[in-house]
Write a protein that binds this ligand. Structure first.
Ligand SMILES: Cc1cc2nc3c(=O)[nH]c(=O)nc-3n(C[C@H](O)[C@H](O)[C@H](O)COP(=O)(O)OP(=O)(O)OC[C@H]3O[C@@H](n4cnc5c(N)ncnc54)[C@H](O)[C@@H]3O)c2cc1C
Length: 293
């Protein structure tokens, strides 16, 4: 399969890239790792007139701590770099844990964190993890820069709040609260396949080990990452027991989610997976949070 004809452009820096997108907001597409865009073009589901290759923009490739102890990750950082970065393992264990679940090593070597977030596949792991971590995204066009919280970034199937002439520049992850624990769980038929269902969980314990914060975010069960709000509410302010975690996972599966039926799995099967994985994620997150108390 071959893509429709296009012009290939290689900006020397971010300003040149933004200038180009400003001139051609509707007809240009950014090329990062190409792991999603190129297949989409080969199937002719995307037919951009201009392909703007940002692979030379090293200014978008970095992983560093900010002053508050959080993380700043450049959008062009490869999955593989994120997976093997010691700072990420230390400061955002949930992000560290999720990386090996993304495709195969070849895809992670080329694919970028920014590309995955902007592509916004409903079965992708990173959008759910970013919502669980309360991340925010710096986006820029030629005229202005703005920050979008992860919870507002993912609008629907393959659609984000990014405007046509904007580039995702940076992902900011706030510092992990003290006494926090996280977990990522997923089920796919074969290792490396997109998930049938996955879940990212962050629990924060307060005084007397009472639950201060609970974030349980699913993927593969809707048009984007879905926060299981009712399940989380049942946990806040309570001592977390195995029974309560089981009850919360049931509430998530029954009340918070409306999983789709498709070729890969029925809605009922996805609901079942959501409950099982939800309970596993909550239990592991609690175990880890208790070790951090
Ligand atoms: C066989 C296979 C298996 C895979 N399995 C998984 C999986 O299990 N889980 C998973 O999450 N993903 C999976 N992927 C997708 C992979 O993670 C891609 O790397 C990712 O979705 C896109 O990142 P990319 O850098 O390749 O982006 P590209 O393909 O280059 O771009 C994707 C989209 O994002 C836009 N874009 C890219 N960067 C920016 C930016 N900085 N600002 C604005 N727009 C931008 C592009 O214009 C395009 O619309 C798989 C891919 C393949 C081929």
């Amino acid at each position: 399969m071959k893509p429709a004809p296009f012009q290939y452009l290689v900006p020397k820096n971010l300003d040149e890239c933004l200038q180009f997108l400003y001139q051609h907001p509707e007809d240009a597409k950014i090329l990062a790792g190409g792991q999603s865009l190129i297949p989409t073009m080969n199937f002719r589901m995307a037919q951009p007139m201009y392909l703007v290759d940002i692979n030379n923009l090293q200014e978008l490739s970095y992983i560093r701590a900010d002053k508050s102890g959080g993380l700043q990750i450049g959008a062009l950082s490869r999955h593989y770099q994120v997976e093997h970065d010691a700072l990420i393992a230390q400061k955002a264990p949930l992000l560290h844990d999720v990386m090996p679940w993304i495709g195969h090593v070849q895809i992670r070597t080329r694919g970028t964190i920014g590309g995955s977030l902007v592509h916004s596949d409903p079965a992708a792991e990173l959008p759910a993890v970013m919502v669980a971590l309360n991340a925010k995204f710096k986006v820029k066009n030629k005229k202005k820069e703005r920050w979008i919280p992860a919870e507002q970034f993912f609008v629907s199937l393959f659609t984000t709040a990014l405007e046509h002439n904007e580039v995702l520049v940076e992902i900011a992850i706030p510092p992990m609260p003290a006494h926090a624990g996280s977990s990522f769980q997923e089920f796919s038929r074969r290792k490396g396949d997109f998930a049938l269902v996955g879940v990212a969980c962050l629990l924060v314990l307060g005084k007397g080990n009472v639950c201060d914060q609970a974030r349980l975010v699913y993927l593969g069960v809707g048009e984007g990452p879905i926060m299981a709000s009712q399940a989380c509410k049942t946990l806040i302010g309570k001592q977390l027991t195995p029974d309560l975690l089981q009850q919360a996972a049931k509430i998530a599966a029954q009340n918070d989610l409306t999983p789709p039926n498709d070729l890969h799995a029925s809605s009922a099967y996805r609901r079942h997976l959501a409950e099982v994985l939800g309970e596993q994620a909550l239990s592991q997150a609690l175990e880890r949070a208790e070790k951090n108390v």
